[in-house]
Design a protein around this ligand. Sequence first.
Ligand code: ASC
Length: 131
Amino acid sequence: ADLSPEEQIETRQAGYAFMAWNMGKIKANLEGEYNADQVRAAANVVAAIANSGMGALYGPGTDKNVGAVKTRAKPELFQNLEDVGKLARDLGTAANALAAAAATGEANAVKSAFADVGAACKACHQKYRAD
Ligand code: ASC
């Protein structure tokens, strides 16, 4: 299942976009009517993607735009893979906690776990993603 550099960039972006869509659903539930089933499903998706081994999608040749396929990953990301791996594990841990909180159906528990996941997303963006 070796992906070309273009395919790796597209696949990692699809993963983040799908996580973001599900994070948005959780946010909407916290701000409005709370549907515990929808939040549980969304949190499970976020946790599954966060722990899916996306580091494999940052292979050689994926550090730059490839033709029409653009990446916002900074060169620094590829020079600090140990730190990036730690940030990725932090996200996985936070996402698992979010899924566990969502499983209880308690909106208050989800609220703080959701904030922790957002902080983990942001930590990597600030260091390694260009605007
Ligand atoms: C999201 C999303 C992100 C993160 C970030 C957290 O829902 O799409 O990129 O959370 O905004 O600060």
